[in-house]
Design a protein around this ligand. Sequence first.
Ligand code: GDG
Length: 482
Amino acid sequence: MSRLVVVSNRVAPITEGQATAGGLAAGVLDALKQQGGIWFGWSGDAVATPSGHAKARQQVGPISLYTIDLSRKDYDEFYRGFANDTLWPVLHYQMGLSKFTWEEFSGYQRVNDQFARALVPILQPDDLVWAHDYHLLCLADSLRQAGCRNRIGLFLHTPFPAPPVFMTVPAHAELIQAMCQYDLVGFQTETDRAGFSDYVIRHCEGELVETTEDGQVLRAYGRIIRTGVYPIGVHVDETRNQAKAQANRRTADRLRGSLRHRQLILSVDRLDYSKGLRQRFQAFERFLEDCPAARGGVSFLQIAPPSRGDIQTYKDIRRELEAEAGRINGRFAEIDWTPLRYLNKSFPRSALMPLYDMADVGLVTPLRDGMNLVAKEYVAAQNPEDPGVLILSQFAGAACELDAALLINPYDSVGVAMAMDRALSMRVEERRERHAAMMVVMRRNSLDRWRDRFTSDLELARPAPRGTIAQAVARPSSLALS
Ligand code: GDG
């Protein structure tokens, strides 16, 4: 088995109790523990004169953590600018929020080059390089230019939009050409995979040589690129165990005491406009308008830890939500009942899982989301004998698997309000049935499976710059998603 080198924008220090970390960190650490290897990325420090060299930060068993520093200009152009102010909104179909400058795009390419130059000296010839997410679309290109011939894969945690949406980024052609330097590009859903593949097939102007009939393997810019669908999952049993552990229940008990037997609707999201919080608050208001009998009998708790707070769009959404929460409570609250509790802070994961468990409804309504792990954690945390109901946006990647949830359109406040009403009064038999159906899929597409399928496909994807599609598809694949 080859050594694994994981590259992500940030590297999370490995701490006691890491088994309880969420999504990416948990999946990556498991893979590294099994295969041994390196986790490489930005230290989080913006310094005056970065050395450009990777520093060994931490060694835990077979895992080595390496980081590099960035300059303030790198941070502004690469992270705050092109990655989060240009790419993130477009990848989430919010083109109106996207701002673009060629200077910031150059900064993005420059930091991808810096990552590559710092990484090459610590790579061994047979290492598998697994890059994560939208910050590193150009990393394989930078690594190839620095002479790297290893197998390099990218997993995109966000959606990948249809070509006309992606093409609103003026540097779209440069990005796609760079992505074609990967040997394997993995997506959360088939819609995302098809968005990328369609772009290459329709718009690579003479650079596309061949493709398989299903568009999964492409030959473009003189290289073979495999694509695949790898829906990220959660550790199902571990999540349930955390949810019911007596030691973790202090926060949940406080909440239960304050609810006084009212029903609970719970949402947990990073404070991000893609998560549809404003539309969700308005749907809850609509529910209180349309179902007067429910007033006083239900509380909606929104936990929204701040994120990317130095970007203007994020400051705007935070202000807007504070105003909306105040307005809705001002309109409906009673002396002994606050309908909407909006907490702009984070909780330890151990405290969060029991909150999922006690919520009658998990309300997950992003306008677009690559996957949405909160939806999966909510389902995994439930007591199968008396589970809560998941209301889920049809535009979250998770909706492809969790179709036994109440699927809604987050832009339709009436539809979401009706789903709340239905969820709060659903009989236990139907709740059990829906929960059991979702658990079957969640067990099948667990976090372990996501990791194993991606790494074994990358292992098989030998770089073959001069190869043909026929040679590429002749290789066995772990795949077949069920
Ligand atoms: C990106 C993609 C994709 C939330 N609040 C707290 C907290 N969380 C944890 C949740 C969950 C994680 O953060 C959020 O994951 P999501 O998937 O919901 O969303 P993103 O952060 O946008 O993640 C997304 C994901 O990558 C993985 O591929 O699903 O589509 O956008 O695990 O539980 N954790 C703690 N305290 C909090 O207050 N400890």
